[in-house]
Every structure is written in structure tokens, then in C-alpha cells.
Ligand binder design. Structure first.
Ligand SMILES: [Zn+2]
Length: 271
């Protein structure tokens, strides 16, 4: 059976969200809840290196694989998400926009009028040393499908080279900025030496996918627990998906609510 699995796309993890960036922000608390749900549902986070090993037949996928990714290298995502991921021993992937390391993300201003702090090199080295996978996200965050091929190639090649020099090992994975790609861009990613490249096409992934056009599911402020669980199971039948959601709700309901329900609806006064 060809397993379908989610690749999640996060950007900002912060308790101070900008109204224009809520689609790409989750609170620290929501992120912690989402990781708890993944644990509860027996998902095993893997990296793109793991995925390529499985694709090449060198290993096999775990029962319920998932890939957790973060775009841009935002400082607060590193600070808030990493400790939670470590609590669960979850692997994750961070795509870095290398031209903005240690600076504000001013490329966002024309679109959303927001500039957020990007982590500095020492934080990225530390992330890599902790075993998180570090991938490239271009130098200057352009729409790669809207720029000349030579500039697009340079964006891919230079970001990879700078990460490799800084980290001292190969970097084989990238995410297209803004999810912008076409066949030419995809082929340039191959020529620039990447094994995988992630898009923003919101479907589940499979091992049969073109590894340079991998789909991803965005997670943002609009994702209630139900929406989040739905995203993990969009390949299931509606009945299976409903049952999964109900199980999550049952497990998440605090004991106090249970007691309240017993007391008021079943006349049971015991605690
Ligand atoms: Zn980005």
C-alpha cells in the first residue's frame, strides 16, 4: 500500500501575532497542543533525509510518518517550537532564507507589511547540532517562477553553498519561497543539487511523488484542533475521519468537564 502522509508547513510560532500574518502564525500553546495530538495519534516525525532513504529502498517508512517543516528561519519559531519538539523527541526541518540571517524579514513588507526577526547563524548552527534538519529557502526569498532562470539557479545554488559552508555538511533539501515553482524551476532545483523541494500544494504526500514537487499543508491561527486533525487525515473516508476526531476530543476533554457533565446531567454528586 502506498502510504499517504502529511508534510506540515509552519512559519511563526509566537504569542504576539500580527493581524496580517495570522495565516502563518500559531501560538506557542497551539503548537504544543498540536505536537501532543501527533504523539497521541502515534505519528512519527521524519526528515527529508529519512524520506529519501525510504524512496531509495534503504529503509522503510514508520507506521504513521509525518514531516514537520518551518519556513524562513524565524527567530521565534526556533525559540518557541524547538523546546516543545525536543520534549517529544520529534524531528523537524527548518528552511533558512540565507540572505536575511540575523536580520528582519523585510521581503514580507510588500505582501503583509510585517518584518519579523530571522534567527542568526549561531542559533542555526545550534539547531543543526541538535539534529534538526536544515534546508535552504533561497537567498532573497523571490518568486522563483517569476525571475530569469540564471538568477533562480543562483538563488538555489548560493543558498545551498552558504549553508553547507556554515554547517560543514551537505544540504540537500529546499522549499520554494511563496511556494512559487514551475517545471523550469523544478529542473533548476535538480541541477542545483537538491534531492527534495517542498511546495505549498495542500495535499498529502506519497513516496511516489516527484521529490522536487512535494506537497505541504499550512498550519496557521485558523486551525482549531478539529481543523488540524482533519488536515492529518484528509485522505481518510469521512466516517474514519469523524471517528478519529471524536477520539481526539474524548482524550482532550479535561476531567473537570467530565465531572461537570456527570454532576449536572446524570445527578451524580461524587467527585
Ligand atoms: Zn518563505
Amino acid at each position: 500500500m502506498n502510504v499517504k502522509f502529511p508534510i506540515l508547513m509552519y512559519h511563526q510560532v509566537s504569542d504576539e501575532s500580527h493581524p496580517n500574518f495570522m495565516e502563518y502564525t500559531v501560538t506557542t500553546r497551539a503548537f504544543a497542543t498540536q505536537m501532543k495530538i501527533l504523539k497521541m495519534l502515534d505519528f512519527t516525525p521524519i526528515t527529508f533525509d529519512d524520506l529519501i532513504n525510504c524512496k531509495n529502498g534503504e529503509s522503510s517508512l514508520p507506521g504513521r510518518p509525518i514531516i514537520i517543516t518551518f519556513d524562513d528561519g524565524l527567530k521565534d519559531a526556533l525559540e518557541k517550537a524547538v523546546p516543545i519538539l525536543e520534549d517529544y523527541s520529534f524531528k523537524a526541518v527548518f528552511y533558512i532564507t540565507v540572505g536575511y540571517v540575523g536580520k528582519p524579514s523585510t521581503w514580507m513588507i510588500p505582501d503583509v507589511n510585517v518584518a519579523l526577526d530571522i534567527a542568526d547563524w549561531s542559533a542555526i548552527r545550534e539547531l543543526d547540532a541538535k539534529g534538526f534538519e536544515v534546508g535552504a529557502h533561497s537567498v532573497s526569498h523571490p518568486h522563483m517562477d517569476q525571475i530569469p532562470a540564471d538568477i533562480c539557479y543562483a538563488e538555489m545554488f548560493e543558498s545551498r553553498r552558504e549553508l553547507e559552508e556554515t554547517l560543514g555538511h551537505e544540504v540537500k533539501h529546499m522549499a520554494y519561497p511563496h511556494g512559487g515553482f514551475n517545471e523550469t524551476v523544478r529542473n533548476l532545483a535538480y541541477e542545483a543539487g537538491y534531492s527534495t523541494a517542498a511546495t505549498c500544494i495542500p495535499v498529502l504526500a506519497t513516496l511516489d511523488d516527484d521529490m522536487l514537487k512535494l506537497p505541504r499543508l499550512n498550519v496557521g491561527m485558523e486551525d482549531t484542533i478539529m481543523n488540524f486533525v482533519s488536515k492529518l487525515y484528509i485522505a481518510q473516508s469521512p466516517a474514519e475521519a469523524l471517528e478519529t476526531k471524536l477520539n481526539v476530543v474524548r482524550k482532550m476533554i479535561p476531567k473537570t468537564v467530565e465531572r461537570f457533565v456527570k454532576r449536572h446531567f446524570y445527578n451524580n454528586n461524587s467527585n
